[in-house]
Design a protein around this ligand. Structure first.
Ligand code: SF4
Length: 273
């Protein structure tokens, strides 16, 4: 059998949908309704390649631990190259990034030698129906493991250019991480230990850090109402032309810490040249 590529893609109705609807309805319309494709950035390419490498790394371990055949799946370095080749037409960034990400992956394995996790799930789509209207809400967990005490962790791989407490704290009030808490508690009950942020610094010298994310109990209590508000906003504008969806016009949203919003020029000048 030819080894497979584990390229699961986005979850069906995840946090990004709600986040975009709340952050800027116009951006939601460009991306989710019109399906506009914006140029992909280098951090996104690097993050995707790292994720596919780690997905194969842990899927192959899971096969070994459960009596399956690891060679049903590509080796991590092959998977990194296969994903880059699959997306090569989109941007030259994909193939250009392969050597560095493979190198970082080898350094990751070396750094975490002796890791004794039991792999429960890789790229698992978690699904729930939330709120009064039972909105479908999904999230794809990078990895779910049990530690030596049989406590269950949802692990999220994050590529970063700096590993410090500031880049960790930004995840505490991120809906993606609150959502993991919700799913983890519902699925694994008292066995659920929390969310581990598995950070990898992708530029040399590589660096690695894993730690449990501090809790945000108040945000967790209000999480479902945030999902409901996002869905209300989408329902309110759905079916209307994109130009009618409200614009954020907020200096932190339109020009954030990663630079201009993808739709900056569209919002500034319109779609006509
Ligand atoms: S540039 Fe601003 S208003 Fe336009 S889509 Fe982006 S966030 Fe919304």
């Amino acid at each position: 059998m030819t080894p497979k590529l584990l390229d699961a893609g986005r979850s069906e109705r995840g946090w990004h949908r709600i986040q975009n609807a709340i952050r800027c309805p116009r951006l939601f319309a460009w991306k989710e309704i019109e399906g506009l494709k914006f140029p992909i950035s280098s951090p996104l390419v690097n993050g995707s390649l790292l994720h596919i490498g780690l997905a194969h790394h842990y899927q192959r371990i899971k096969e070994k631990q459960t009596g399956g055949n690891p060679d049903d799946w590509l080796r991590p370095e092959e998977a990194i190259e296969a994903l880059a080749l699959k997306n090569a037409e989109e941007s030259t960034l994909w193939l250009a990034a392969v050597p560095q990400i493979v190198d970082a992956y080898y350094a990751y394995v070396n750094n975490w030698l002796g890791e004794n996790w039991r792999v429960l799930e890789v790229e698992e789509e978690l699904r729930a129906h939330l709120g009064k209207e039972k909105h479908l809400y999904t999230q794809r967990a990078d990895l779910i493991v049990a530690d030596h005490n049989d406590r269950v962790w949802i692990v999220d791989h994050k590529s970063a250019y700096r590993l410090n407490s500031k880049t960790l704290r930004q995840h505490i009030l991120d809906g993606q991480f609150i959502g993991y808490q919700l799913f983890g508690k519902a699925k694994y009950k008292e066995h659920f230990a929390g969310v581990l942020v598995n950070r990898v610094k992708l530029s040399t010298p590589y660096d690695f850090d894993r730690r449990a994310l501090e809790p945000a109990p108040q945000a967790l209590r209000h999480f479902v109402s945030v999902i409901e508000e996002g869905e209300r906003r989408i329902a309110r504008w759905e079916g209307k032309p994109t130009e009618e969806w409200p614009m954020a016009l907020n200096n932190q949203t339109c020009f954030g810490k990663y630079g201009a919003c993808d739709a900056y020029d569209l919002c500034r000048f319109g779609s006509e040249p």
